[in-house]
Design a protein around this ligand. Structure first.
Ligand SMILES: NC(=O)c1ccc[n+]([C@@H]2O[C@H](COP(=O)([O-])OP(=O)(O)OC[C@H]3O[C@@H](n4cnc5c(N)ncnc54)[C@H](O)[C@@H]3O)[C@@H](O)[C@H]2O)c1
Length: 366
């Protein structure tokens, strides 16, 4: 990465003498994503002491399972002196308020992706984190697939990079011949956008995790007419020395395409003078079906090696890692800057598309 998040805190910050040694979790939001956090935190041995949701029924099974306190008002959870880390698992419109309050209350934060509603909010959160003693993690769990870690390890062997291609196609249905988003309309209110935020954000993070931050972008965003529902986004990114990345996200009706032949068609391909890496991910909420596939083409040995590990749930490794960082008072990634990077790219892509112009990215010194 082009940022070094570990560098900005002092040893005094990291000592965090005021913290209890054992992280105590407060979880806000018991919807779709929460079961992955609860189950993986439980496997990691985390202590969940407080749970909040405006829907008491949604929280009830988890409150019972972990013998936790319950609040319908998340500010009560943030004020709870026993809670040392707040997990934000609600829709994106609430992320800023909760994260700000939690940091100000001296809590560490785990924030689901996308981190904030826009780049300005994301920048403000990074600055609050950097001025605090707290640790902050953003929920790009796909980085924790073993195949992604292997890709990161193999990347230097590709030599000088000249091109990459990133695709995230998800089988949501046919929005190209519909005049509204039907059952998917809720994503605008819940997640602040459609395919770019819901699907694209993970692969934009993957791109920057592997390749660093681009210098500029030029985007086209295709919406269902008369709506804010982005059904397809194409972005050309430029990097130093002529390196380019072609990115595409789409909600589509094709049921059998992709590595798993289930309509989930998500990959990153990176080309260097000494070889190519090709990484295919798997359906996000069923990682137990298959492991992601990594192929390494080595141009010098003239080999193509396929890495197919056992299927693993990336949330398990993500939560284990975060718990370790929290316990050791050690910064880790993906962090707030990583969340900012993706929020910035998504906002600038929309802006580029609206103005039909390329944009030089201003990373605000972060
Ligand atoms: N990492 C991933 O792949 C992934 C996948 C899905 C969702 N997400 C992210 O997770 C977050 C939550 O998404 P979801 O699909 O679980 O949403 P959801 O709508 O299924 O669940 C949200 C929960 O928050 C509760 N809630 C709403 N307002 C609240 C408030 N004011 N106080 C307390 N609780 C409140 C709701 O009652 C609901 O139980 C979003 O940021 C989303 O982008 C990430």
């Amino acid at each position: 990465m082009t940022h070094n998040s570990a560098a900005h805190k002092t040893a005094a910050h990291n000592s965090a003498a005021h913290k209890t040694a054992v992280p105590k979790f407060g979880i806000i939001g018991c919807g779709n994503i929460s079961r992955f956090h609860f189950n993986s935190l439980e496997k990691a041995g985390a202590d969940i002491v407080h749970i909040a949701d405006i829907d008491e029924k949604a929280a009830a099974p988890w409150v019972k399972k972990f013998n936790a306190r319950f609040s319908s008002d998340y500010t009560r959870l943030i004020e709870d002196p026993e809670v040392t880390v707040v997990s934000i698992l609600v829709g994106s419109s609430l992320h800023y308020d909760i994260a700000s309050r939690a940091i100000e209350a001296g809590k560490d934060v785990i924030c689901e992706k996308t981190m904030m509603n826009n780049a300005a909010e994301a920048e403000a959160i990074v600055r609050k984190v950097q001025a605090s003693d707290q640790l902050f993690f953003t929920g790009f769990m796909k980085r924790f697939f073993p195949a992604v870690m292997k890709a990161k390890e193999l990347l230097p062997s590709l030599g000088r990079l000249f091109s990459a291609r990133v695709r995230t196609y998800q089988p949501w249905g046919n929005f190209f011949e519909a005049d509204n988003a039907g059952d998917f309309g809720f994503v605008l209110g819940n997640y602040g956008g459609a395919v770019t935020k819901c699907a694209g954000s993970h692969m934009l993070d993957m791109m920057m995790h592997l390749l660093g931050r681009p210098e500029s972008l030029f985007a086209h965003v295709d919406y269902i007419p008369e709506t804010q529902f982005d059904r397809k986004t194409a972005i050309l990114f430029t990097y130093p020395e002529g390196m380019t990345v072609l990115f595409e996200a789409a909600a589509h009706p094709l049921k059998k395409i992709g590595y798993e032949r289930n309509g989930w068609d998500e990959y990153i391909e990176i080309d260097g003078v000494k070889g190519r890496l090709e990484l295919h991910t798997v359906l996000w909420d069923h990682p137990e079906n298959n492991a992601p596939l990594l192929v390494h083409y080595d141009n010098e040995r003239e080999t193509a090696v396929e890495y197919r590990g056992d299927p693993v749930n990336p949330f398990d490794d993500e939560m284990k890692y975060i718990l370790h960082c929290l316990t050791a008072r050690q910064e880790g990634t993906p962090d707030a800057v990583d969340g900012f990077n993706t929020d910035m790219v998504i906002e600038m892509a929309a802006s580029s598309a609206a103005g039909r112009k390329p944009i030089t990215l201003d990373w605000k010194g972060l």
